[in-house]
Design a binder for this molecule. Structure first.
Ligand SMILES: [Zn+2]
Ligand SMILES: [Zn+2]
Length: 333
């Protein structure tokens, strides 16, 4: 592990020598410590903003268009806080419960199992939930992380509100605002547009609709799909990857592969690596997944007992297994 200080104080890159535009940056390393990845455009943007701020000018003020363009960074940064399934990490072994940090700004799912992977000093104020299973939904963990706004499907709003009320009381913190979401109805968080979609993943509450999410920023359209058995047709249609092709499709994919065996009995509620490979093959062959050169498709929610290390290290290109702590910058194609 080497530490480089570049360009300016406060802007650091921690690197194990494998930093690439789309690939891994410090996979699984240095948990709990801030890893700042600075690409040239972002640096120039921040540099320009700082210089203008010093001169008393804001970016919204009298700024030449060229500088404005440089300051705008449409890449989407994902940090995998956890990449495991329900069993999670125990006694320092195994993958943490699946959870991501989006653009250092908001979370999708969080439990105590992955809490230590949030960069030190960062308090993401917003969380989205995929569903109510305890390896994804744990109100006390979100409250400890500083969450003040919660988005989840309207179909289990009451259940979530009650659980949050109890957790807030127990921890002696303010009850967060809980906002119900609906299929296809976009939510804006900073520069990221979040589109809730349905998953194919039942819970014990028959009324509950589990969700997957489309995350859009500039020309980046990332589908984050866990937990789900394949991509449901309704969701595929909403994002332009089904037969009707209403829309552009997607530019990036993170999908669950709970198991390796395609004949596993969990096939009605989870995906296998074969399901992901099949999905990716079709999307690429039919020009529905527009990835920039070199970008990978990441699998997550891997159950430790249902995969072997050998299988995970030899997945068909462009599929790779994410790791806890991995940061990926997704760029426009
Ligand atoms: Zn799960
Ligand atoms: Zn689940």
């Amino acid at each position: 592990m080497q530490k480089y200080r570049i360009f300016a104080p406060g802007i650091e890159v921690w690197c194990n020598g494998s930093t690439t535009d789309f690939g891994s940056v410090c996979p699984g390393s240095n948990p709990g410590t801030s890893t700042i990845i600075m690409d040239r455009r972002t640096f120039i943007g921040i540099g320009a903003a700082s210089a203008l701020a010093a001169a008393g000018t804001t970016l919204e003020g009298k700024v030449p268009t060229a500088i404005k363009d440089l300051a705008k960074d449409n890449s989407l940064k994902i940090k995998f806080l956890g990449t495991g399934a329900a069993s999670g990490r125990k006694n320092g072994k195994g993958r943490r419960h699946s959870s991501i940090l989006v653009d250092n700004s908001f979370l999708i799912d969080l439990t105590d199992n992955s809490l230590d992977m949030i960069p030190e000093g960062l308090h993401p104020g917003t969380i989205f939930y995929t569903h109510s299973h305890p390896d994804h939904f744990q109100p006390s963990a979100a409250l400890k992380a500083g969450v003040q706004k919660v988005y989840l499907s309207h179909s289990w709003y009451d259940v979530a509100a009650k659980a949050y009320k109890e957790a807030s009381k127990e921890l002696g913190v303010k009850m967060p605002e809980i906002v119900p979401t609906y299929f296809g109805q976009e939510v804006q968080v900073g520069e990221v547009t979040v589109t809730p979609l349905i998953a194919n993943h039942p819970t014990s509450n028959v009324m509950e609709e589990s969700q997957i999410y489309l995350l859009s920023k500039g020309g980046v359209r990332l589908l984050y799909a866990t937990d789900t058995a394949g991509i449901p047709g309704r969701s595929a249609r909403r994002i332009g990857i089904d037969a009707h092709r209403e829309g552009y499709g997607i530019t990036a994919l993170i999908m669950e592969a709970t198991m390796a065996d395609p004949d596993d009995f969990r096939l009605y509620c989870h995906s296998s690596t074969a399901t992901v490979a099949n999905t990716v093959r079709v999307l690429l062959k039919t020009d529905r997944l527009h990835m920039p050169a070199g970008q990978k498709v990441y699998i997550t929610h891997m159950a430790g007992s249902l995969h072997t290390a050998a299988e995970l290290s030899s997945l068909p290109d462009p599929i790779v297994a994410a790791e806890d702590g991995l940061e990926v910058i997704f760029r426009e194609p």
